[in-house]
Design a binder for this molecule. Structure first.
Ligand SMILES: Cc1cc2nc3c(=O)[nH]c(=O)nc-3n(C[C@H](O)[C@H](O)[C@H](O)COP(=O)(O)O)c2cc1C
Length: 308
């Protein structure tokens, strides 16, 4: 291992990562689409597109709208379904030396459990990330991500069947993040990640209509970074389990900011739309930053924010 490798090498809920920069779910496909553009083995890790029990077509177009310093999307969780993922994508992903996490979603706790059960029967995954930003169909459409009791239910149910680490991905669309972070931790989550996208609306004033086919969309990209940093800081103060930070990260120094605020690792989403190799570039830039700061290992900066 070279000195540079040693500086970035880290562990996340027992999983060894060559660096703490992961590609975020939904912005890096199933990873394999990027194989010719990016050395997938050099990534800290990658989180695949959200998987459901059955395949989903997603929302009607348009599904993407560029905003100032950000982007709205309403993909609608289009995916090939967990069984096709295991059959068609996982064998190639399993050959990578990079940690691959499966992002999982559903509309009832049982959906999450069933998807994880299918994944448990396969080899090649480092862990799971639960996307809890879906409305619960059994409880009148209340979002898992906004109700601590519902959140605890789904996390506990998944933990009963999962032998791999479970990361719970929190939504930023809440008045207070701490009760949700604590509910995930108490239900057995191995880590939390945040943030998912902010519910937003883009309007075409001439057509008097939303810009996106689905109406609302999720805002991501540099525009959300300061709010995401605030939420990551608050969540990291509230729990002892590792926090993975994301939201608008586009440079190594952005990644360092999230780690100083309390994140043990980071994910990169929207930046991959304009620079597909951005997770690798950001890891290199983070390494340079650490060198300039005379830091021997990246974990030394985690949670070092000096509050005024
Ligand atoms: C096009 C698109 C699709 C996404 N799909 C998912 C998904 O399937 N599951 C999930 O948990 N998050 C999904 N996200 C959210 C991202 O993983 C990330 O949380 C969010 O975009 C904020 O990070 P960023 O500003 O770096 O993009 C998606 C985001 C975008 C832009």
């Amino acid at each position: 291992m070279s000195r540079d490798d040693a500086r970035l090498a880290t562990r996340l809920c027992g999983v060894a990562l060559r660096n703490p920069v992961l590609a975020a779910s939904g912005t890096f496909g199933y990873g394999l689409e990027f194989e010719r553009l990016v050395d997938l083995n050099a990534l800290g890790g990658l989180v695949v597109k959200g998987l459901s029990l059955e395949p989903m077509d997603g929302n009607r177009p348009p599904r993407i709208w560029e905003a100032a310093a950000g982007m709205l999307n309403s993909i609608g969780l289009q995916n090939i379904g967990v069984r096709a993922f295991v059959r068609e994508k996982l064998p190639a992903l399993a050959r990578l030396r990079t940690a691959v996490f499966a992002n999982v979603f559903g509309y009832a706790s049982e959906d999450y459990v069933e998807v994880v059960r299918v994944l448990e029967s396969a080899e090649g995954l480092a862990g799971y990330e639960l996307n809890v930003s879906c409305p619960n169909t059994k409880h009148g459409g209340i979002f898992f991500s906004s109700d601590p009791a519902l959140l605890a239910d789904v996390v506990a149910a998944v933990k009963r069947v999962a032998r791999r680490p479970v990361i719970v991905k929190l939504s930023p669309n809440v008045a207070a993040i701490e009760p949700l972070a604590r509910a995930a931790e108490q239900a057995g989550a191995d880590a939390i990640s945040l943030v998912n996208t902010f519910v937003a609306l883009a309007v075409d004033a001439r057509a008097r209509s939303p810009r996106l086919g689905a109406g609302f969309g999720g805002l991501s990209g540099p525009a959300i970074k300061p709010i995401a940093l605030r939420l990551v800081y608050q969540a990291a103060q509230a729990v002892k389990i590792p926090v993975i930070g994301l939201g608008g990260i586009a440079t190594g120094e952005d990644a360092a900011e999230f780690m100083v605020a309390g994140a043990s690792a980071v994910q990169v989403g929207t930046a991959s739309f304009w620079d597909p190799a951005s997770p690798l570039r950001i890891a290199r830039e983070l390494d340079r930053f650490l060198g300039q700061e005379n830091i021997a290992n990246v974990q030394e900066i985690v949670g070092t924010l000096k509050w005024p």
